[in-house]
Write a protein that binds this ligand. Structure first.
Ligand SMILES: [Zn+2]
Ligand SMILES: [Zn+2]
Length: 392
């Protein structure tokens, strides 16, 4: 392939590697693995990279892979990262290559990301003579909780990189559209669990108890005011109570109730203030009702923050490849989260969404499926991003 002209990159990749990319994707899709436990997926990736002129390191962050391609010159080192893990969901797509493992499914497209990165590795190895610097292909476990990205960074995977990119397939965006933005693109995602403590008793004698169910209900309602009444209206924030539980019998007032939730923010100062506000409100409400509350707050993935220059350049590269109509500068971030954030804390880079269509079921649903024509397109984009990162 000719490095100077990338216009036909997608069709060339489709022709040369399309079948291989799609076969790998289906193979990974059939046998999803969770968290850090991506051993078989990593073996499939290694088999698909066999014969390429790559220095390969395995066992990174348990079952991750880092494969390095050295080009001719001493140009920049560009990282390309894909996630490999699946979700604890039972698939309902009806695809011929649907998950063969009950309760596990690639419902976030990470099978696609991994295959697209393998496609880019093949394309870039084929263009090695025209490659001025180094490309590091990073296959990461445990994106869906577990923070595999953080572990990879701790193990030194980001060291020496000049820039880094990751793609995510994106339902809701027109098929093939490339979208990103400068600054925050995904939110910080933190979690809390709260125990409400009252006094248990007979369902017929509430005056002798402090009803943890009623206290929990009031706390849930009060928590709705944290974002609406305490956060600047122009500052994005979400507080969702996703879990609530109490009680063992219809006629017993339980002593305890449990509430669990997630908090999403884009601003670090606000993020740091949230636990104190949640705890003060929950305890105030609970104590006013003769109970109390304790909060266990866990900071998790930080804000995924794109570098302004690198993300602008990524949009330019996408326009060069696919034309203006296929490229979108996002007006707003998503309040979802992504552990690619840990790489972007160290290295200027961009997290880029690749549309799989507006009528596609959402990420993390049992029906999520996408047209595999997107795979060579994603490979072409990763390839061009690595080649053109430092071009004007
Ligand atoms: Zn996901
Ligand atoms: Zn994902």
């Amino acid at each position: 392939m000719d490095v100077a002209s990338l216009q036909n990159l997608q069709s060339e990749i489709e022709e040369e590697y399309g079948e291989k990319i799609s076969a790998l994707r289906r193979d990974i899709h059939r046998e999803p693995e969770l968290g850090f436990d991506t051993k078989k997926t990593a073996e499939k990736v290694l088999a698909a990279l066999e014969g390429l002129p790559l220095d390969i390191e395995t066992g990174v962050a348990e079952n991750g892979i880092v494969a390095t391609l050295k080009g001719g010159g001493d140009g920049p080192t560009v990282g390309l990262r894909a996630d490999m893990d699946a979700l604890p969901i039972t698939e309902e797509t009806g695809l011929d290559f649907a998950s063969e493992i009950e309760g596990k499914m690639h419902a976030c497209g990470h099978d696609g990301h991994t295959s697209m990165l393998v496609g880019a590795a093949h394309a870039l190895c084929g263009m090695r003579d025209g490659l001025d610097g180094t490309v590091r292909f990073i296959f990461q476990p445990a994106e869906e909780g577990g923070g595999g990205g953080e572990v990879m960074v701790e193990e030194g995977v980001a060291e020496g990189l000049d820039s880094i990119f990751a793609l995510h397939l994106w339902p809701g965006l027109p098929f093939g559209t490339v979208a990103t933005k400068a600054g925050p693109i995904m939110a910080a995602a933190d979690a809390f669990e709260m125990e409400i403590k009252g006094t248990g008793g007979h369902g017929a004698m509430p005056h002798l108890s402090a009803d943890a169910v009623v206290i929990a209900a009031q706390v849930v309602i009060a928590l709705q005011t944290v974002v609406s009444r305490e956060v600047d209206p122009v500052e994005p924030a979400v507080l969702t109570v996703g879990e609530i539980g109490a009680g063992t019998a219809f006629n017993v007032i339980p002593e305890k109730a449990r509430i669990g939730g997630t908090v999403r923010t884009l601003n670090e100062d606000l993020r740091q203030k949230m636990p104190e506000r949640i705890e003060a409100l929950a305890r105030g409400v609970s104590r006013g009702m003769r109970g109390d509350a304790t909060l266990d707050y866990r900071f998790s993935y930080p804000v995924t923050r794109n570098d302004a220059g690198v993300s602008a350049n990524a949009l330019k590269v996408a326009v060069g490849l696919f034309g203006e109509d296929s490229v979108l500068e996002l007006p707003n971030p998503s309040m979802g989260a992504e552990d690619f954030a840990y790489f972007l804390q160290r290295i200027p880079g961009a997290f880029v969404w690749l549309g799989v269509g507006e009528d596609v079921s959402g990420l993390h649903t049992p029906q999520f499926a996408f047209d595999e024509k997107i795979l060579p397109r994603g490979s072409a984009l990763l390839t061009a991003l690595a080649l053109r990162q430092h071009a004007a």
